[in-house]
Structure formats: structure tokens, C-alpha cells
Design a protein around this ligand. Structure first.
Ligand code: MLT
Length: 252
């Protein structure tokens, strides 16, 4: 779909309340595939490829979380959807927070999976720019080893490696800069008037489970689910459990 001057790819499946699933870095909507089967009886699942990823256009330059969220709002406009549940994985959580910041009235509920509200510490920020430089020189092979950190299950690493290697270096550089420059959203959390579900794998070494506990402390209404034996990608590592967590957003 044409949004904000680019083509944004998406898939859609299921029936029920709209649920926008926002993928993490450096992945695309295919990283949700194992989970979708467990959600489509209850939700109209919308699976975009963020600007810069998958089949969406990857314009050059620095992206920002507000722009990525604005693409999603425009996609919903195009689909005729006013309000939606939104759940983000890791970087997708940062985009989801930006969406909740800019259009809170459109949010029916928020899921944050393996994500965090805080901004990058200075050394992490510097590392993002260094990684962007490596991607500019070497392409996606510069970040392919990240597959090892995306799952606690070694058998799933080839799946992630293939997803990573299929991404656009230009899009990945734009997103690295968006992550480096994202604001701290902690002060935003207490303003949320909708249900929130936090899901975190206890074996996540990329974003520590403590980050979800910190969000929970700022969100009295949130339900926090910590999944044992699960690493950074609950939707792939434990899709049935992750779906059960997200269904709590429906408060039935
Ligand atoms: C992700 O999984 O989306 C990223 O690793 C998040 C990050 O680097 O902050």
C-alpha cells in the first residue's frame, strides 16, 4: 500500500479485533509466522514490513520511530481501521510506543514482546553507528551473526540468519539510526489508558528481562509474562504461549 510516499508491504489473516504485529530488527513480518496460526481465530492480524524491511521500500537516510509509527497509522487509514491492538517485538516495541505516543486514541491495547521503554545508553548508541558503518561496507553479512542472539534454540538460528541476510542494507542502516536516536518512553507509560501485556523470555540475552519488569513498575494495569527457556524471540520459540499472553489483551 502507498503510505507517506513509499510502498509498504503487509499481510493480513484471521478474523476478529484488529491486531497489528510489528516485527523486530533486522527482520520482517515473516518472523511472526509461527505465531499467526494461534491468533487468527481471535484477531484480524495485520503484519506489516516496516519501512526499510522485507518487501517494503527502503529509502536512504536516517529513519525515526515517529516516522515508522506514522507509516503504520497511514496503513490503518488505508485499510479503514480506526482502532487496533498493537504488539511489537523488540524494535517493533519501540515503534509501538511511538504509535501509542502519537495516536493514543487509536490503541485498543499494547503488547510489548522482548522490548523496553528506555533509550540507548551512550555506548550502545555509538555501537549502532559503528554497525551501520559495517553494513555500509559489508552488507547484511555484517549483522548475520545476530541470529545467534535472536533465539535460545540453536535449531532456529538458520531461520533467523536467512531472514537477516534477505534484508536491505539501506533499510537496516536507517533503522539502526532510528533505534540510536529513539527517546526514553518511560514517562509515557503511566498515561496509557488501555490494557498492556508484557512478554519476555527469561533466557533473553539481547534485552534483559529486567527491562520488562521496569515497564511493569510503571504500568499498574499491565500483565507481565516471563517465559522460561525462551530467548529473544518468543513468537518463534514459544508461539502458543505467546499467543495466550497476547489474548489477555482482549480481557475476556
Ligand atoms: C531487535 O531485536 O529488534 C533489536 O535487537 C532491538 C535492539 O537492538 O534494541
Amino acid at each position: 500500500m502507498a503510505v507517506n510516499g513509499i510502498s509498504l508491504a503487509y499481510e493480513r489473516s484471521g478474523t476478529g479485533a484488529p491486531l497489528l504485529l510489528v516485527h523486530g530488527f533486522p527482520l520482517d513480518h515473516r518472523s511472526w509466522q509461527p505465531l499467526v496460526a494461534y491468533l487468527q481465530a481471535r484477531f484480524d492480524v495485520i503484519l506489516p514490513d516496516l519501512r526499510g524491511f522485507g518487501q517494503s521500500d527502503a529509502p536512504p537516510g536516517c529513519y525515526d520511530m515517529e516516522g515508522l509509527a506514522s507509516d503504520l497509522a497511514a496503513l490503518l487509514d488505508g485499510l479503514g481501521i480506526q482502532k487496533t491492538f498493537i504488539a511489537g517485538h523488540s524494535m517493533g516495541g519501540y515503534v509501538s510506543l511511538a504509535f501509542a505516543r502519537s495516536v493514543p486514541a487509536r490503541v485498543l491495547g499494547l503488547g510489548m514482546i522482548s522490548s523496553q521503554a528506555i533509550a540507548d545508553l551512550p555506548e550502545r548508541k555509538t555501537g549502532r553507528y559503528a554497525t551501520a558503518g559495517q553494513v555500509a561496507i559489508h552488507g547484511m553479512s555484517a549483522v548475520a551473526e545476530m541470529a545467534e542472539k535472536l533465539t535460545a534454540n540453536a535449531d532456529q538460528q538458520p531461520f533467523f540468519r536467512e531472514l537477516i541476510l534477505s534484508q536491505s542494507p539501506q533499510g537496516v542502516m536507517g533503522a539502526l539510526m532510528a533505534m540510536a536516536e529513539r527517546p526514553d518512553s518511560s514517562a509515557l507509560l503511566p498515561s496509557f489508558q488501555f490494557p498492556v501485556v508484557l512478554v519476555h523470555g527469561l533466557a533473553d540475552n539481547l534485552i534483559l528481562p529486567q527491562r520488562s519488569r521496569e515497564m511493569k513498575a510503571l504500568l499498574p494495569q499491565a500483565e507481565l509474562f516471563e517465559l522460561s527457556g525462551v530467548g529473544h524471540s518468543p513468537a518463534v520459540e514459544a508461539p502458543d504461549e505467546t499467543a495466550r499472553c497476547l489474548q489477555k489483551l482482549l480481557r475476556e
